[in-house]
Design a protein around this ligand. Sequence first.
Ligand code: SIN
Length: 293
Amino acid sequence: MSSIANKDGPRIRHVVDDGAPYETIGVDKLTPIIGAEITGIDLGKTLTNRQFDEIHRALAENLVIFFRDQHITPQQHLAFGRLFGELHIHPAAPHEEGEPALMKIHADKNSPRANGEGWHSDVSCDEEPPMGSILHIKQCPPHGGDTLFASMYAAYDALSERMKTYLAGLNAVHDGEPVYRGLYANHGIADKPKYPRAEHPVVRTHAVTGKKALYVNRGFTTHLVGIPRDESDAILNYLYDHSENPLFQCRFRWTENAIAFWDNRCAQHRAMWDYWPHTRYGNRVTIKGERPF
Ligand code: SIN
């Protein structure tokens, strides 16, 4: 791995996969293209620079990384997130009392819905959508409640050259309004006057790896800019179906006190709500990102 400081913050480095072995962590891939379980690390302890660099490299290489048996406090969870950048405050979702950056993820027998049930990239409606999200699940249902992740590098790479040419330079609108208005009423959360809306390139370049990723999702993307609506709907529906090919995916089976850390710039995810009437509960810490390019 080679690492050089860049503008994202003092501890964020450019990461290049040169196949060098990891020295401070174990990295056990779930699939060849997405997902890896990280072993040999306690996220409650202060990380050395080497451990931090290797976790960052594992994220860049695998898009989503998983840690099991992490008995960390909310403050340790927040501190781990801050190593990767400033924390993002969700525009709508409930958070733990006094900790706006500690989002609640909770579904039980009284829930009308669960968070993240459709394929999406977190808060892609923001002008500067989150770079990554770190979910710590503290209570699991006896079965189910998995999270699925999909590589948007793989989705982009598998497009035809004709489609890549068509998409080059196109922007799409991502709108929080139809998603968030009224969504958290059951948590007693009043709506904001307005929710974020932004235009982003349909194909974005990852700031760390330099790779191209498809950046439209069923959750937030409403239409392609400057394209007739019927054509835009047809193209977007094709891209969503294409992105959801199981070949691009991994699926994580949660255990209590496991953590998933995903990169929203190049991966989408979807939570399964197949465990009603059981309870699934945890917290998410989300890291700010840059404007997609
Ligand atoms: C989300 O952050 O979108 C929810 C993910 C999950 O609950 O697995």
